[in-house]
Structure formats: C-alpha cells, structure tokens
Design a protein around this ligand. Structure first.
Ligand code: APR
Length: 247
C-alpha cells in the first residue's frame, strides 16, 4: 500500500463527517464516456458543452433532444462499477461507526443509486423530464428508441431532460445540502471530476476554508494546491482498496 493510500485511510478512520463529490470519472469504468472526453459516432463533431445549454435547446430543440436520447441509449444498460459499490459499502460502514458520509454527485446517471448509495444530485437526472416553459415535471412515457420531440400536456411547449444546463441554477435543496455537508466535514473527497464547473467545483474550497482535509481521486489529477492527499489512480481500483482497509 502506498503512503498516500495509507494517509487517506488514516484521515477517514479519524473523520466524523465525510463529504464526497463525484464526477463523470467515477462512471468511466462502467463504460460511460466522461463529459470532456471527445464524443464518438454521430456526435463526434459536437462538444457536449455546446449542446447542454438552454440557448442550444431554443435554437434547435430537436438536435439537443436527439443528443440526450442518444446518451440515454448509451447509458441505459450500464452497471455500477467497483467504485460505486465501494462507496455504497463505505456509506454503510459510516453508519456503523457513527460517521456521516454525505455523497454528492454531478452525474446525471443513477449508478450510485443502483449500487445502493444514498446520493444527492446537483446536476439533475438523465431519466427525468420537465417542461421547458412551465417547468412541470413530465410523467409520461418516453420512447428512447426514437427522437421525436414531446409536448407538455399542460402548455404544449417542448419537454426537455430535467438536467441542469450551463448557465442554469442548481436545484436549491440539493445545493443547500451540498454546502452544509462541505462546510461541516472533516474530510472532503473529490472523485473523478475535472473541477472545472462551478459552483460544484467550489465545494472543496469551502470545505478547506472550514478546516477539512482534502483528498482527490483522479486518473489525471487536477494539481489543485489545496489538496492534501492525491490518489492518482482509477476510482474503480483505489476505492475498493480504501473500503477493504476500513471495513
Ligand atoms: N477514475 C478516476 N478519475 C477518472 C477516471 C477513472 N477511471 N476516468 C477519468 N477520470 C477523471 C478525468 O481525469 C477527469 O478529471 O474524471 C474527470 C472527468 O472530468 P469531466 O469530464 O470534466 O467531468 P465532470 O468533472 O464530472 O464534469 C462536471 O460539467 O458539463 C458539466 O454538468 C456537466 O456534471 C458535468 C460537469
């Protein structure tokens, strides 16, 4: 076991409140491309950042909806990987040890839930939809095999994925929970995120300003000087190691 892994284990053993923020990298080993990976196939000439916005949807709703239908098809059969399972085990372990382990994700997939974790989603849900005009949740069936636009039964406007797009506010309840958990924690762990997108990227700074130790798990670390322990490995390898040592 490396020194860094041992340091992380000691920090987690001694912590009472642990806050964990995950990003697209945790689902990479399940076969879901990360957000900033180059896109493939039909969409290889587009940047995800240019499609995930209200401007793009207003300009060309069919194109944005088709991209999400494509992503849904890409994600629908994917399974949680050892990183998701290890976090679910750690959350259970926390309960038996009188620790709180708050899990917050920027991901819109549901692999944390599938693994059995309780998780707060900051950027919405790939499988939920709402009206682009009146904001009403859309409960009807969506046929993922085709990309025809769907109209809101209340106001006729187009239905869109219930996902936070660039320039939009985060859901207030989820954001308040994330801020509180970050401010209260002794150890904050960032996993598989490039930490480029705010406000989520600011949570580790908030935790640090309140005295928490920061751990980063990333295949290509961010070189943030605030981080105390960097584990430059695949999440699906290092998290099972941490969980095996702690449980
Ligand atoms: N294990 C750990 N880290 C990994 C792995 C892996 N197996 N594979 C990739 N990574 C890391 C990459 O090095 C990168 O730093 O995961 C990170 C993924 O970064 P992004 O694609 O930028 O994803 P994320 O940080 O989640 O993006 C944040 O941006 O566009 C928005 O709303 C979107 O939620 C998304 C947000």
């Amino acid at each position: 076991m490396t020194n860094d892994v041992q340091q992380a284990i000691t920090l987690l053993q001694n912590a009472k409140h642990i806050c964990i923020l995950t990003g697209a990298g945790i689902s990479a080993e399940s076969g879901i491309p990360t957000f900033r990976d180059k896109q493939t196939g039909l969409w290889e000439n587009f940047r995800a950042e240019d499609l995930a916005s209200i401007d793009a949807f207003e300009r060309d709703p069919k194109m944005v909806w088709s991209w999400y239908q494509w992503r849904r098809n890409l994600v629908k059969d994917k399974q949680p990987n050892p990183a998701h399972h290890a976090l679910a085990s750690l959350q259970q372990w926390g309960k038996t040890q009188g620790k709180t382990l708050s899990l917050i994700t920027q991901n819109v997939d549901d692999l944390h839930e599938q693994a059995g974790s309780q998780v707060t989603h900051l950027h919405g849900h790939l499988w939920k939809n709402k009206c682009s005009q009146c904001d009403a949740a859309y409960q009807g069936e969506i046929d993922y095999s085709q990309d025809a636009l769907v109209n809101c039964p209340e106001c006729e406007a187009y239905i869109r994925p219930d996902i936070v797009w660039f320039g939009e506010m985060l859901p207030s309840g989820a954001w308040q929970y994330a801020e509180q958990a970050s401010a209260d924690c002794d150890v904050f762990i960032s996993i598989g995120t490039s930490s480029l997108v705010y406000p989520a990227a600011g949570l580790s700074q908030l935790a640090k300003s309140q005295g928490a130790k920061l751990i980063e798990i990333n295949l290509h670390p961010t070189h943030n000087p605030l981080i105390d322990v960097v584990l430059a490995s695949k999440a699906g390898e290092v998290l099972p190691t941490l969980s095996a040592a702690l449980l």
